[in-house]
Design a protein around this ligand. Structure first.
Ligand SMILES: [Zn+2]
Length: 131
């Protein structure tokens, strides 16, 4: 599988897992880089459309599948938490929301994602192992 195929498959795994059936989810690959992000999720709540983008530039250096899958998980977690984030319109609060959301996603990556990964793929990079 190519990095993009791995990414895409993992996106749909977690969409299914969380039962995010109300969204139409598209996954694309882009060679353009408009920020430092490795991947992004754009969510249109009114239309229930999600566009998840993987920036191919970042995947040139043979990123291990573990990390590619973790980025995929990250973007789906963004979708999961986005209905709350969407309520915030104040710029200052938006910044705080981003920080808080990323703290939650970080916790989910270290627990739910890692546990699931061990079960599904058996091997995880040493640095990501928790006892
Ligand atoms: Zn994020």
């Amino acid at each position: 599988m190519t990095p993009f195929e791995v990414f895409k498959k993992e996106i749909y795994y977690w969409i299914e897992y969380f039962g995010l059936k109300e969204y139409e989810v598209y996954v694309e690959k882009s060679a353009e880089k408009d920020s430092d992000a490795i991947s992004t999720a754009q969510i249109q709540h009114e239309a229930s459309i999600v566009m998840i983008t993987m920036y191919s530039e970042f995947f040139k250096e043979r990123m291990p599948f573990f990390y590619i899958r973790r980025y995929a998980f990250h973007e789906v977690a963004e979708v999961l938490l986005s209905t709350v984030a969407d309520l915030i319109t104040n710029k200052e609060k938006m910044k705080k929301e981003r920080e808080a959301t990323h703290r939650i996603i970080g916790r989910l990556e270290n627990t739910l994602f890692v546990d699931s990964y061990k079960r599904r793929f058996k091997r995880i990079p040493k640095a990501e192992e928790h006892s």
